[in-house]
Design a binder for this molecule. Structure first.
Ligand SMILES: Nc1nc2c(ncn2[C@@H]2O[C@H](COP(=O)(O)OP(=O)(O)OP(=O)(O)O)[C@@H](O)[C@H]2O)c(=O)[nH]1
Ligand SMILES: Nc1nc2c(ncn2[C@@H]2O[C@H](COP(=O)(O)OP(=O)(O)OP(=O)(O)O)[C@@H](O)[C@H]2O)c(=O)[nH]1
Ligand SMILES: [Mg+2]
Ligand SMILES: [Mg+2]
Lengths: 277, 293
C-alpha cells in the first residue's frame, strides 16, 4: 500500500482511506494521522517507507496491552463468563475454548445459561458432545442466574478445573438485559467469591464503530477482563479492535477464524497489524 | 451533532444569497465526518458527497432556511432519495407457492428473520407460510427454526442434518405445493461471501427452486465490510432485497447506505428486536436522520 516515495497530500488521503476502510474508525484514524503528520513536520518521517514503519509501530502500541496471561490454575473451578451482543459467536467460541482446555487435559464444564433463545441450550449441548466435555443445563425459560448458580455449584462439588458460562446475546443498550448479566455475576460470586475470574466480551470482526459503544457499556456494567474477536476469516479487518484496545485497555486474548472447534488462535498483535494492510 | 457543526461553519456567512463552492466544501467536511462515524463506507461517502456538491453549489438560499439548514436539507433529501425509491413490498406474485430465500453472513439474524417473515405473512397478509430449515451445518439450527415455527404456529419442513440443502429446498417446495401452502421461506446457513463452495450452494438452490425473493440479511452494526459482502452476494445471486437486523440498538446504521449504494436493491424490512413481531417496514427518512446523527 502507499506506492509513492514522497509524502504529500495524496499519500495522507490514501492513508486515511486505508485506515477507515480497515474499520479503525474516525477517532483512531484522526489520532494516527495527527501523529504521522507531526512526525513528518519534525522530519522524523521522511519518506513513505518510514511512514509505513511508524504507522505499524503506533498501531502496535495501541493494541498490545500487557496482560498477565490469565492463569487458570490460580483457582478451581476457574470461572469464565462469555458476554456480547446477538450473533457475534459466543456459543461457538465457548466450544473452541472448551476444546482448547480439554486438549490440555483440563476437566471442563459448560453451563447453558442462555435459556431464552430458541434451541440455544441444544446448540451448546451439541457442541459439548462434539468436543467431549460435560454440560450443565436446565429447561428453556429457566432463570439464567439460577442456572449459572447451580452450574458453578456443580463445578465446585465435582472438581472441574474450568467452567464456561454461556449467556444469551443482548444489545448493550437494553438496560433490563444488562441488569440480568449483573445478577448472574452477583449470584456466581456467592459460591466462589473471586468468580467470575474472567468476563470475556466477544466482538464480531464485521462490526464497525458500534463496537466501541458495546465495549463501553458491557465494561461499565460488568468489568470486562478480556476480549475475543471472531470472524476474522472473512474480509473484515476488525480494525475497531485498535480503537477499543486503545480506549479501554482491555487485553485481547483470542481471535476466531472459522466455524470449527479448532478455529481459535491466541491473539498476536504483530500479525494483526500486518493483516490490516 | 451535525446540525450544530454546520451552524457554526455557516455562522460567519451571514447575508449571502446563495451557497458558494467554498461554503459547500467546508460544510461537506462536517458531513463526511458524520457519515464516516456512522460506518458508511469510505468510497460510498466520497461518491455521495460529490452528488450533494453538484446539487448544492449555486443554490439559492431558501428564505425560510439558514445556509446550514439548507445543506442539511440537501444532504438528507439525497440520502432519502438514495435509500428509498419504489415501495419495497415483498414480491409474492407468479408461481405458487411463492418462494423467499434468506441469505447472509454468520449470525446476521436469518433464522430469526425467517420466522418473523412467516409471522408477518400469516397475520398481516393472510398467507399460509411454510418454513424450511436448510442449514445442516450449524448445531441445532434445524431445531431453532422448528421451535420458532411452533411459537407462531407455522408448519416447518422436516429437514435432517444428513440431507443436502439443495435437495431440502426442492423437496420442501414440492411438499408446500401439495399441501396448499402459498409461501415458502428458506433459511440458509450463514456463510462468508468469499467461500466459493458455499456460495455455489446458494446458486444451486436458486437454480433449483427459482425464488421470487432472495433477501440479504445484514446486521445494522456492520462496518466498512458491508460493501464487500453485499457486492458479492448480489453478484452471485442477483438479490431482490435487503433486511437490516438489530436496528433497535444504537448502531448508526451507515451500512444501510453502503449496501443500497453498491447493490441498488431495495431495503425491504428492518429487524427491531428478538421477538417474532419485531419486524418493521423500512423507512428511509428515519434511517437518514439516524445516519446523520
Ligand atoms: N466464519 C466464522 N463464523 C463464526 C465464527 N465464530 C462464530 N461463527 C458463526 O457465527 C454464527 C453465530 O455463532 P453463535 O456462537 O451462535 O453466536 P452467539 O453469540 O452465541 O449468538 P447468540 O447466542 O444468538 O447471541 C454461527 O453460524 C457460527 O458458526 C468465526 O470465527 N468465523
Ligand atoms: N436485538 C436483536 N437481535 C436479533 C434481531 N434479529 C435477530 N437477532 C438475534 O441475533 C442472534 C442471531 O440470530 P440468528 O437468527 O440465529 O442468526 P442467523 O443469521 O440465522 O445465524 P447463522 O445461521 O449462524 O448464520 C440471535 O440471538 C437472535 O435472537 C434483531 O432485530 N434485534
Ligand atoms: Mg449463543
Ligand atoms: Mg441461522
Amino acid at each position: 500500500f502507499l506506492g509513492k516515495k514522497q509524502i504529500d497530500e495524496e499519500v495522507l488521503e490514501e492513508l486515511e482511506e486505508i485506515l477507515i476502510m480497515a474499520d479503525l474508525g474516525v477517532k483512531a484514524t484522526q489520532e494516527l494521522i495527527q501523529t504521522i503528520t507531526k512526525k513528518v513536520s519534525h522530519k522524523e518521517i521522511n519518506n513513505v517507507e518510514e511512514l509505513k514503519k511508524v504507522l505499524k509501530e503506533e498501531i502496535f502500541k495501541m493494541i498490545s496491552i500487557n496482560r498477565p496471561d490469565f492463569d487458570i490454575e490460580r483457582q478451581r473451578p476457574f470461572v469464565v463468563m462469555m458476554v456480547g451482543v446477538n450473533g457475534v459467536g459466543k456459543t461457538t467460541t465457548i466450544a473452541k475454548l472448551a476444546k482448547y482446555y480439554y486438549d490440555q487435559g483440563k476437566k471442563v464444564l459448560l453451563v447453558a445459561a442462555d435459556t431464552f433463545r430458541a434451541a440455544a441450550i441444544e446448540q451448546l449441548q451439541a457442541w459439548a458432545q462434539r468436543v467431549g466435555v460435560d454440560i450443565y443445563s436446565q429447561q428453556s425459560g429457566a432463570d439464567p442466574a439460577a442456572v449459572a448458580f447451580d452450574g458453578v455449584q456443580l463445578a465446585k462439588n465435582k472438581g472441574y478445573d474450568i467452567v464456561f458460562i454461556d449467556t444469551a446475546g443482548r444489545l448493550h443498550t437494553k438496560i433490563n438485559l444488562m441488569e440480568e448479566l449483573k445478577k448472574i455475576k452477583r449470584v456466581i460470586q456467592k459460591i466462589v467469591p473471586a468468580a467470575p475470574h474472567e468476563i470475556f466480551l466477544v466482538l464480531d470482526a464485521t462490526t464497525g464503530q458500534n463496537a466501541t459503544s458495546q465495549t463501553k457499556l458491557f465494561n461499565e456494567a460488568l468489568g470486562i477482563t478480556g476480549i475475543i474477536m471472531t470472524k476474522l476469516d472473512g474480509t473484515a479487518k476488525g480494525g475497531i479492535l485498535v480503537s477499543v484496545a486503545h480506549e479501554f485497555r482491555i487485553p485481547i486474548h483470542f481471535i476466531g477464524i472459522g466455524e470449527k472447534m479448532d478455529d481459535l488462535k491466541p491473539f498476536d498483535p504483530e500479525a494483526f497489524v500486518e493483516a490490516l494492510f | 451533532n451535525l446540525s450544530d457543526k454546520l451552524a457554526s461553519v455557516f455562522k460567519k456567512l451571514k447575508g449571502k444569497g446563495h451557497l458558494t463552492e467554498d461554503d459547500i466544501n467546508k460544510a461537506l467536511k462536517e458531513v463526511k465526518l458524520a457519515l464516516l462515524e456512522a460506518d458508511v463506507n469510505y468510497k460510498v461517502v466520497k461518491d455521495f458527497l460529490n452528488r450533494v456538491k453538484e446539487k448544492a453549489v449555486g443554490q439559492e438560499v431558501l428564505k425560510s432556511l439558514t445556509p446550514a439548514q439548507q445543506v442539511i436539507k440537501i444532504v438528507r433529501d439525497e440520502l432519502v432519495n438514495l435509500m428509498g425509491g419504489t415501495t419495497p413490498e415483498l414480491n409474492l406474485k407468479g408461481k405458487v407457492p411463492a418462494v423467499l430465500m434468506l441469505v447472509g453472513l454468520q449470525g446476521s439474524g436469518k433464522t430469526t428473520t425467517c420466522a418473523k417473515l412467516a409471522k408477518f405473512l400469516k397475520s398481516k397478509r393472510g398467507r399460509h407460510p411454510f418454513l424450511v430449515p436448510a442449514d445442516v451445518y450449524r448445531p441445532a439450527a434445524i431445531e431453532q427454526l422448528q421451535k420458532l415455527g411452533e411459537q407462531i404456529k407455522v408448519p416447518v419442513y422436516h429437514s435432517s442434518p444428513e440431507d443436502n440443502p439443495v435437495e431440502i429446498c426442492f423437496q420442501a417446495v414440492n411438499e408446500a405445493r401439495q399441501k396448499g401452502y402459498d409461501a415458502v421461506i428458506l433459511d440458509t446457513a450463514g456463510r462468508l461471501h468469499i467461500d466459493e463452495k458455499m456460495m455455489e450452494e446458494l446458486k444451486q438452490i436458486k437454480a433449483r427452486v427459482y425464488p421470487q425473493e432472495i433477501l440479504l440479511v445484514a446486521d445494522a452494526m456492520t462496518g466498512q465490510d458491508a460493501v464487500n459482502v453485499a457486492k458479492n452476494f448480489n453478484k452471485a445471486l442477483d438479490i431482490t432485497g435487503i433486511i437490516l437486523t438489530k436496528m433497535e440498538g444504537d448502531a448508526r446504521g451507515g451500512a444501510a447506505l453502503s449496501i443500497k449504494a453498491v447493490t441498488q436493491k431495495p431495503i425491504k424490512f428492518i429487524g427491531v428486536g428478538e421477538k417474532l413481531d419485531a419486524l418493521d417496514v423500512f423507512h428511509p427518512d428515519r434511517i437518514a436522520s439516524r445516519i446523520l446523527g
